[in-house]
Design a protein around this ligand. Structure first.
Ligand code: R5P
Length: 309
């Protein structure tokens, strides 16, 4: 077995390799003067089970291309099997044609990964579960929820309600509510633009209760902050937010600072800057991904990793 990593998140890749008990394989990644990417896998990987770790985040075009080129290099080096380990699958939010003349990038990226030589995909909290069906190769889809739930339980919040900040997040929120044995509520969201949303209605009982907003991803924090404002106006006590992937920018942090949200809980599926201005708790999913890699390699079941305790 060999674990390789692109430049997107070396720290996570090193943690995964450490859990698996193998050194990270040596890869040379350089840029030609015009910006083209050059990759050379330094060690022999002929006949090996190769795992390439690369989230498609923060600079998605750069890191997607790097991943595709690494997979191609591994295929041409006669790897027996190549698994693209994509802790955050970027371009997933464009997963349907909901207006004329728009692409379905989630499908395009799936096609590119398969065309480059990926034999299987290991990923986590896809924007929509159906994206698994965009691949005709095996997809192991993990959830960050077990890691996040362990932490939320340790906070011993009283009278908690889990809230989905939009209709698309209902299934995820339901999973959290079941595992945490709490009530469930939902906020209706209308997206006005890439950075602006409007949260207008609440369905469910939250008055005088602590609230945990759950979502797959936050970027400008508009979704979370708008929902939190509505929840506060409807009488919620403390508002916490948990997202699997945080693509937060400075702009998002400023929004969180101005919101009633007390803490953002997330994972290291993508690189996170250290935020001193706002409490962001980053939990590691390296063990989860490392364990999944070991089980895939040893042909063991990965479904027990989905268990929510
Ligand atoms: C969209 O449906 C996603 O699940 C997230 O709610 C959304 O991408 C969050 O983006 P932002 O933080 O910019 O509102």
């Amino acid at each position: 077995m060999r674990i390789l990593a692109g430049n997107a998140h070396q720290k996570l890749a090193r943690r995964i390799a450490e859990y698996v008990g193998r050194p990270l394989g040596e890869v040379e990644i350089k840029k030609f003067p015009d910006g083209e990417v050059f990759v050379k896998i330094v060690e022999n990987i002929r006949g090996q089970d190769v795992f390439i770790v690369q989230p498609i985040a923060h600079d998605p075009n750069e890191y997607l291309m790097e991943l595709l080129i690494m997979i191609d290099a591994a295929r041409r080096a006669s790897a027996a099997r190549i698994t693209a380990v994509i802790p955050y699958y970027g371009y997933a939010r464009q997963d349907r044609k909901d207006q004329p003349r728009v692409p379905i990038t989630a499908k395009l990226v799936a096609n590119l990964l398969v065309a480059s030589g990926a034999g299987r995909i290991l990923t986590m909290d896809l924007h929509a579960q159906q994206i698994q069906g965009f691949f005709d190769i095996p997809v192991d889809h993990l959830y960050a929820a077990p890691v996040i739930i362990r932490y939320v339980k340790s906070k011993e919040l009283k009278d908690l309600v889990v809230v989905a900040p939009d209709a698309g997040g209902m299934k995820m929120a339901y999973g959290y509510a079941e595992a945490l044995e709490t009530g469930l509520a939902i906020v209706s969201k209308q997206r006005k633009s890439a950075t602006e949303v409007e949260s207008s209605n609440l369905v469910g009982e939250i008055k005088g209760r602590d609230v945990l907003l759950t979502d797959d991803v936050t970027s400008t924090a508009g979704t979370l902050c708008q929902a939190a404002n509505l929840l506060k106006a409807e009488g919620a006590r403390d508002v916490y937010a948990a997202v699997s992937h945080s693509l937060l920018s400075e702009y998002g942090i400023q929004r969180l600072l101005a919101s009633p949200i007390k803490e953002l809980i997330t994972t290291d599926s993508v690189p996170n800057r250290e935020w001193t201005e706002f409490p962001v708790t980053v939990l590691s999913v390296a063990e989860l991904l490392g364990e999944a890699i070991l089980r895939i390699h040893n042909n063991k079941s990965v479904s027990s990793l989905f268990r929510l305790e």
